[in-house]
Design a protein around this ligand. Sequence first.
Ligand code: HEC
Ligand code: HEC
Ligand code: HEC
Ligand code: HEC
Ligand code: HEC
Length: 135
Amino acid sequence: MKWLTVILLGFFLAAEQGEFSHKTHAPLRLNCTSCHEGAESSDRAGFPKLAQCQTCHRDYAGQIPSQRIYQLPDFVFFSHAVHAKGKAPCGDCHGDVWRQQRIQLFRGVKMKDCVDCHKQRQATEGCTACHELGQ
Ligand code: HEC
Ligand code: HEC
Ligand code: HEC
Ligand code: HEC
Ligand code: HEC
């Protein structure tokens, strides 16, 4: 019976089209970093490649949307790795994405949004932590 399940699952998953939703994938309990590779180790969390979707959706030919919800201007320093080390979980800034059909802005990315949390957690408020001197 096992092979039948595999073939059926392969058939249904292969037929998927349209846009990715975190909510639909919640029951799979995937790690964030299986798709956002740098989220704990680099500045950028990054987006998955199509090949990562195709491990489950063999023939998936949709697109990974490139529209951004969370985006800082270039003159601000930000690192995901630093925040992971500082023990700020993804949800502190992005909310519970597994409940989001489409990603919604949870915590803003204005200076006040950053500094409020830095105050609370005794992290730096020094201008040069987030901005280059002289800018
Ligand atoms: C199976 C792959 C996959 C997993 C696992 C996954 N994501 Fe995503 N994520 C995506 C894709 C694809 C996008 C781009 C489409 C979209 O915005 O929904 C995305 C977008 C996002 C965005 C929006 C970024 C922006 O600026 O638009 C955030 C935030 C995010 N994911 C957080 C998370 C967190 C936190 C987890 C774990 C709790 C997680 N993701 C797990 C695939 C995944
Ligand atoms: C670990 C396996 C796995 C991975 C990896 C995976 N999916 Fe899925 N996906 C599923 C399952 C299971 C479903 C639910 C099937 C159903 O209910 O029809 C699903 C459903 C979907 C759907 C159906 C539409 C919806 O949300 O209701 C789309 C579209 C989709 N996935 C796109 C993607 C994309 C894009 C990626 C890569 C960023 C991805 N999936 C990665 C297993 C996976
Ligand atoms: C302290 C707040 C904070 C935490 C914690 C955080 N993020 Fe982010 N995230 C941001 C900000 C701010 C951006 C926009 C960065 C930019 O534009 O340079 C972002 C952007 C993203 C993006 C868009 C792609 C990218 O790399 O810019 C994804 C995906 C993402 N985060 C996933 C995650 C995941 C997964 C975690 C947990 C492992 C996480 N984030 C933890 C604040 C946070
Ligand atoms: C949810 C709380 C939280 C939010 C929101 C947050 N941070 Fe942080 N941030 C921290 C913590 C905690 C640390 C300290 C990490 C450590 O020292 O291990 C930190 C450290 C940093 C550092 C490193 C500072 C140093 O000492 O060099 C920078 C840069 C930074 N954050 C930028 C930002 C920016 C930019 C934003 C807004 C887009 C932001 N942070 C939002 C909690 C937060
Ligand atoms: C924890 C990170 C963080 C710290 C600390 C920080 N900023 Fe910012 N700053 C930001 C972010 C994020 C933005 C971009 C979003 C915005 O305009 O609110 C910004 C924007 C700015 C801007 C441009 C505002 C505009 O409207 O164009 C100026 C000027 C600025 N910061 C000055 C400062 C000064 C001066 C300090 C020290 C007293 C400081 N910042 C400390 C994160 C930070």
